[in-house]
Design a binder for this molecule. Structure first.
Ligand code: SAM
Length: 293
């Protein structure tokens, strides 16, 4: 356990899908004045150097955000323009010249914090001893103690702790490393418990698409239990290469329960472009399915 370090993968194709979707839906959810509680069950270190040893060793960002940096922003759909603009805010001035991969990449905690308002709250769970320390140190620089809480605890335990929130508005991101088989079952249980306790929350699950039975079953399980709860869902997947190639992640998906009504249209405009920009072979493709809208 705990061999996964997100620093190797920051800014890769899965992060592009995950973070651009997260930005679009958080922007929508912060339009209403009522406070929003955001829970990031698997937060990671929060900030990453793409010119550092980890990212340079894997080279994954070059096939993710690096490919978007080469393109004229005006030709991109709004969701990707917004994503690049936010990443650009972490790379001011010469550090993020056009057509270069950014040097600093914000993980979900920093992306979310940037989008939240004074009245909103952010709860960050991270268990890895090194990454939780890094997260605490990174968040401390924001001087946002009232708004952001870092918990060195099991993120799967967040439901009874924070749901339902006082304002009855919440967004939960569940983005585990799926290092251990039980993560798949725990994700499904987390969503089932969340929907029982707070059925109107917006739940977002990132999942890898890899040749493993548990990974194959997870989206079906998430759909079934969301349908049983009578709630709408949206499922977007992005494949960048053949799964037969044993190296690297070929594809990933985002499963969203109670999605903002604007998200399906935004994804419809964005996913074909992601296939074109991030696709690595003829197997590159996307899917977008929904129910209950
Ligand atoms: N959400 C982050 C982002 O988008 O920037 C990336 C998170 S990374 C995929 C998953 C993280 O979960 C790793 O940093 C890992 O150490 C952490 N982790 C693993 N098991 C955990 C658990 N039970 N509770 C909280 N964090 C855990």
């Amino acid at each position: 356990m705990f061999s996964y370090r997100h620093a190797f993968h920051a800014g890769n194709h899965a992060d592009v899908l995950k973070h651009s979707t997260l930005i679009a839906l958080t922007r929508h959810l912060t339009q209403k004045d009522t406070a929003l509680t955001v829970i990031d069950t698997h937060a990671g270190a929060g900030l990453y150097r793409l010119d550092g040893d980890y990212a340079q060793t894997s080279g994954e960002a070059a096939f993710g955000i690096g490919r978007l940096s080469d393109v004229s922003a005006d030709s991109l759909p709004e969701m990707l323009q917004d994503y690049l603009m936010l990443i650009g805010e972490f790379n001011p001035g010469a550090a993020y010249a056009k057509s270069t991969t950014p040097k600093v990449y914000p993980g979900s905690p920093f992306i979310l914090q940037r989008l939240l308002r004074e009245q909103d709250r952010l709860k960050l769970f991270e268990l890895h001893p090194t990454d939780s320390k890094a997260l605490e140190a990174n968040i401390a620089q924001l001087d946002a103690d009232r708004q952001v809480a870092v918990l060195r605890e099991d993120g799967f335990g967040c439901i009874t702790k924070f749901l339902p929130p006082p304002s009855r508005r919440a967004l939960l991101l569940c983005d585990p490393s799926y290092e251990i088989k039980t993560d798949y079952t725990r994700v499904a249980s987390l969503l089932a418990d969340g929907l029982k306790r707070f059925a109107t929350g917006c739940y977002v699950v990132w999942h890898p698409i890899i040749p493993r039975p548990e990974a194959h079953d997870l989206p079906r399980r998430l759909r079934t239990l969301t349908n049983q709860a009578g709630k709408p869902w949206l499922h977007a997947t992005l494949t960048v290469k053949s799964g037969k190639d044993a190296t690297g992640l070929p594809a990933s998906g985002m499963f969203i329960v109670n999605p903002p009504h604007t998200l399906q249209g935004a994804l419809k405009a964005t996913l074909p472009q992601l296939v074109e920009l991030l696709g690595q072979d003829r197997n590159a493709a996307y899917t977008l399915e929904s129910a209950g809208h």
